[in-house]
Design a protein around this ligand. Structure first.
Ligand SMILES: N[C@@H](CCC(=O)N[C@@H](CS)C(=O)NCC(=O)O)C(=O)O
Length: 198
């Protein structure tokens, strides 16, 4: 059974939501980041970055929320969380899965810290454009790939929920609110929220 290392009110919500979407059994291991549990030698073996989330699957361990999305979606193809190899939707699936940590995450940190960056030097360009691109992609919906829900929605949806709704790190837009509402209406999201609330 997979083991998910997580902590409430952190980015590990995405992995919690993801595991709930699979419907597969998994064990939750609480790593209380507010008590420093992520820096113990035992945990650093699992994630040398000393952050949550992380996942153990037998002998395999990995961290990084988006990588966990990709791994779990492939391990449980029956959960239909990723377009299969050869499906043209897979291109956009991978694009948005990588867009979450590569562009949304640094953009929200940049907005919060107000650090000026040269948009040519910064891999994510400029924060405003990141959110404009996401806004345009979410106009139609219901999901980031259109009609198909996928693990990319877990990565993008939990990133937006974290940045826009929970921690107000990035300005909201009507498309973001509608999208977060749709994500939050999913039974798996609600189960994850209940678990996180204790
Ligand atoms: N790049 C990581 C970021 C994970 C992350 O920032 N986790 C935070 C909680 S939101 C953490 O564990 N912080 C504890 C610490 O840095 O000591 C991912 O996407 O999974």
């Amino acid at each position: 059974m997979m083991k998910l290392y997580w902590s409430p009110r952190t980015r590990s919500f995405s992995s919690l939501w993801l595991m709930e979407e699979t419907g597969e059994p998994y064990e939750r291991v609480l790593i209380d980041v507010f008590k420093g549990a992520q820096k113990t030698p035992e945990y650093l073996v699992i994630n040398p970055m000393g952050k949550v989330p992380a996942l153990r699957d037998g002998e395999a361990t990995l961290a990084e929320a988006a990588a966990i999305c990709a791994y779990v979606a492939e391990r449980y193809p029956q959960s239909r969380l990723a377009p299969p190899l050869g499906d043209p939707l897979r291109a956009k699936y991978l694009y948005w899965l990588f867009f979450a940590p590569s562009c949304v995450e640094p953009a929200m940190v940049q907005l919060t810290t107000k650090i000026e960056m040269n948009p040519v030097a910064a891999g994510w360009g400029d924060a405003q454009r990141v959110f404009d691109v996401l806004d345009a992609a979410l106009q139609k919906g219901p999901w980031i790939l259109g009609e198909t829900f996928s693990a990319a929605d877990v990565a993008i949806g939990s990133g937006l929920n974290f940045a826009v709704r929970l921690f107000k790190m990035a300005p909201s837009r009507p498309s973001f609110e509608r999208y977060i509402d749709r994500c939050a209406a999913r039974p798996a999201f609600q189960r994850a929220s209940a678990i996180a609330a204790g």
